[in-house]
Design a protein around this ligand. Structure first.
Ligand SMILES: Nc1nc2c(c(=O)[nH]1)N[C@@H](CN(C=O)c1ccc(C(=O)N[C@@H](CCC(=O)O)C(=O)O)cc1)CN2
Ligand SMILES: NCC(=O)N[C@@H]1O[C@H](COP(=O)([O-])[O-])[C@@H](O)[C@H]1O
Length: 215
């Protein structure tokens, strides 16, 4: 099995990128990150990639007059690296259907909630405001529906009485750095695929909320 070529899209700190790069380095993932693309020039994840000797690109959405024009250029840039897998790791742009369709089945995202709860943004505060006792994180295939793609893996994180969005996010991050490399590893081992509207692992369809990583 040849090593997977992975392109990672970021907008910020890149701690999930770091976890995936580390997992490639340790051979947990049979693949390599061949490029890191950010829509923000000041994303610290770019520094993480440069420190690891990985090619970086900045494609700012502010330089384009429409979401479609931006995504057309982004799709071309991603394609230029001939990826087996495209990983959204805190990439904070909603992707147009044309780009999603081009990479459907080989594009993953990590979302800080137990999908289908709390699609969109500000998930930690929303869970606290709703007085939930459990929160978590989901890895899912990317589809046209925002955060609506087939879920691959989830990890639960209890919400503590004195939690703030930041303290909760910190514990969610810890779980992200476990389940995202695991999902990428499964994909690189060709054990993870996507059918029309569900994820498949080891030739078995995953339940709608994917597999749960032990708390
Ligand atoms: N078509 C899809 N695009 C994206 C998906 C997806 O599942 N389908 N996942 C998101 C990731 N994401 C949450 O996990 C997310 C990212 C960004 C936004 C959003 O509202 N973005 C705004 C800009 C916000 C900002 O710049 O801070 C926007 O694009 O106008 C919601 C959810 C990635 N894309
Ligand atoms: N809606 C997408 C979203 O909110 N994704 C979240 O952005 C953060 C990126 O952190 P990182 O840059 O340190 O990997 C992660 O917590 C991820 O779940």
């Amino acid at each position: 099995m040849s090593a997977s070529r992975i392109v990672v899209l970021i907008s910020g700190s890149g701690s999930n990128l770091q976890a995936i790069m580390d997992a490639c380095q340790s051979k947990q993932i049979g693949g390599e990150v061949v490029s890191v693309i950010s829509n923000k020039a000041d994303a610290y994840g770019l520094t993480r990639a440069e420190n690891a000797g990985i090619e970086t690109c900045v494609l700012s959405h502010k330089d384009f007059s429409s979401r479609e024009d931006y995504d057309a250029q982004l799709a071309q840039l991603i394609d230029s690296f001939d990826p087996d897998l495209v990983v959204l790791a805190g990439f904070m742009r909603i992707l147009t259907p044309s780009l999603v369709q081009k990479f459907k089945g080989k594009m993953l995202n990590i979302h800080p909630s137990l999908l289908p709860k709390y699609q969109g943004l500000n998930t930690h505060q929303r869970a606290i405001d709703a007085k939930d006792d459990v929160h978590g994180v989901s890895v899912h295939f990317v589809t046209e529906e925002l955060d609506g793609g087939p879920v691959v893996l989830q990890a639960k994180v209890p919400i503590l009485a004195d939690d703030t969005a930041d303290s909760l996010a910190q514990r969610v991050h810890e779980q992200e750095h476990i389940i995202y490399p695991l999902a990428v590893q499964w994909f690189s081992e060709q054990r993870l695929t996507m059918e029309a509207d569900y994820a498949v692992f080891d030739n078995q369809p995953l339940p709608p909320q994917g597999a749960h990583y032990p708390e």
